[in-house]
Design a protein around this ligand. Structure first.
Ligand code: TMP
Length: 225
């Protein structure tokens, strides 16, 4: 059995979280899950996220996203907390599940650190690459779906959802730099990162995701009969 790590990335308000849930549902309803399990290719599907995929990660997520205004979080402290969350997630959750043959749908991974802390906070990119390497110990995603949409549209969507978190509250130029970071990454790693037009309605975004998953699953395992 061989698990795979599928990552969902992008700026705020791109609908990643909804699309992860829809993807799992589609895997079940399309017959893919049953096929892959029956053939012994995988044992199951799991959903997770960064930050927050472990108990430690839940605590770090609170610190990272809930701003009580008491003490501004230093940019380098922020970077190290995301890295700590990732190291724990990789060793305590992702690697063990991949080893047992799980298809993992993960909300954000290393590209978010490059885009947010590298481009957004403008911390040193080679330092971030090193930290990503330390945190992952070399575990790369097998496929990254980049939910691309204009920053203004994404932020408007998050505002509609209600109270925004510490990262969402950053100014628009920060989010524009983050967006630029994702654009550069997609250009740099075309073999791993696939762009999704996330400005479309939810059902059309889901159709794009399903199309890509169908193609990759067929290549990784076997075509669905
Ligand atoms: P989300 O899970 O709701 O998308 O929120 C996570 C927030 O954390 C989001 O604003 C992106 C940010 N983030 C970073 O800045 N760096 C990282 O490495 C990760 C994983 C997330």
């Amino acid at each position: 059995m061989t698990g795979r790590l599928i990552v969902f990335e992008g700026v705020e308000g791109g609908g990643k979280t909804t699309q992860i849930a829809r993807s799992q549902q589609w895997l079940e309803e399309s017959g893919w899950l049953e096929f892959l399990q029956t053939k012994g290719y995988i044992q199951g599907v799991a959903q997770t996220r960064e930050p927050g995929g472990t108990s430690l990660g839940q605590a770090l997520r609170q610190v990272l996203l809930n701003d009580d205004g008491a003490e501004p979080l230093d940019d380098r402290a922020e970077l190290l907390l995301y890295a700590a969350d990732r190291a724990q997630h990789v060793e305590g959750y992702l690697r063990p599940l991949l080893a047992t043959g799980t298809l993992i749908l993960c909300d954000r991974y290393t590209d978010s650190t490059v885009a947010y802390q590298g481009y957004g906070r403008q911390l040193d990119l080679s330092l971030i690459d090193q930290l990503n390497h330390i945190a992952t110990n070399g575990l790369h995603s097998d496929l990254t779906l980049w939910f691309d949409l204009p920053v203004e549209l994404g932020l408007a969507r998050t505002r509609q959802r209600g109270a925004s978190d510490r990262m969402e509250q950053a100014d628009i130029t920060f989010h524009q730099r983050v967006q630029q970071g994702f654009q550069v990454l997609a250009h740099q790693f075309p073999q791993r990162i696939v762009r999704i037009d996330a400005s479309q309605p939810e059902a059309m975004v889901a159709a794009q995701v399903q199309d890509i998953l169908h193609t990759y699953l067929s290549q990784w395992y076997a075509p669905l009969p």
